[in-house]
Design a protein around this ligand. Structure first.
Ligand code: CTP
Ligand code: CA
Length: 224
């Protein structure tokens, strides 16, 4: 009994995760998207479930699968869809981990019919999407809120800036400098920073191992 409980440190905890890209429609057949595979978020979901957590993963379009009785998958398409799904569940969770690569901008107008080829150039007007993570930081009560930061320059400073601005408990900085890390890859090199400025830099590892590192930091915070 004691052993089983020890092996399921996230038993009775609810974790909300976002994953994948978002697609922002331009017309009925086109969208603006990005290359996020959804892999990191799904690895976190699987690792959390294996530690006993009840997981809800809100995911943009992806080929990833999570077949586990403790994982509920909610597929969405756009940043706005993701915002709405996340807000339906946030009040009921202990932890939220936002790993999705959400579009920062979307077409200001979505054409109802297919845009026809005309002039030599085409200009699109884009408008900002809602920042899902920041919106949770503004309303959180007891939840542990975890964000990701994808940076190329001034990595640590930018990540710390996002942690503070979005009122997070932890931010996972993704180092794009390493060739093995990031989008489409099976490995990641991360640095985890908490709101007390404790900084932990990890080696390049599989995303499954990175997921366990992230959840181990979260478990410590839950038990503190
Ligand atoms: N994020 C979000 N909603 C958005 C944009 C970002 O929830 N509309 C979340 C991401 O899931 C990630 C974190 O915010 O956890 C940081 O995303 P990132 O793109 O690194 O930062 P931004 O704040 O969007 O700033 P920028 O892209 O200019 O670096
Ligand atoms: Ca962004």
């Amino acid at each position: 009994e004691a052993d089983i409980l020890k092996n399921l440190p996230l038993k009775n905890k609810k974790i909300l995760i976002t994953a994948g890209p978002t697609y922002e429609a331009l017309d009925p057949v086109r969208f603006i998207g990005n290359h996020s595979s959804g892999k990191m978020g799904f690895e976190i979901a699987k690792a959390a479930a294996s530690l006993g957590a009840e997981v809800i993963i809100v995911t943009g379009p992806t080929h990833q699968k999570a077949e586990h009785s403790l994982i509920q998958v909610i597929p969405v398409v756009s940043a706005q869809d993701m915002y709405e799904a996340v807000h339906q569940h946030f009040n009921f969770v202990d932890v939220a981990i936002l790993s999705a690569a959400v579009a920062d901008y979307r077409p200001k107008e979505v054409s109802q019919s297919k845009i026809k080829k005309k002039g030599e150039t085409l200009t699109l007007e884009l408008e900002k999407t809602k920042d899902i993570l920041a919106s949770l930081g503004a309303i959180k009560t007891k939840q542990i809120l975890v964000g990701f930061a994808l940076e190329t320059d001034n990595e640590l400073e930018n990540a710390k800036g996002k942690l503070k601005k979005k009122n997070l408990d932890l931010i996972v900085l993704n180092s794009l400098k390493d060739k093995g890390a990031g989008f489409k890859k099976d490995t990641n090199k991360v640095t985890i920073i908490d709101k007390n400025n404790n900084i932990n830099a990890y080696q390049l590892k599989s995303k499954a191992e990175v997921a366990r590192d992230i959840l181990s930091v979260i478990t410590q915070k839950l038990n503190a």
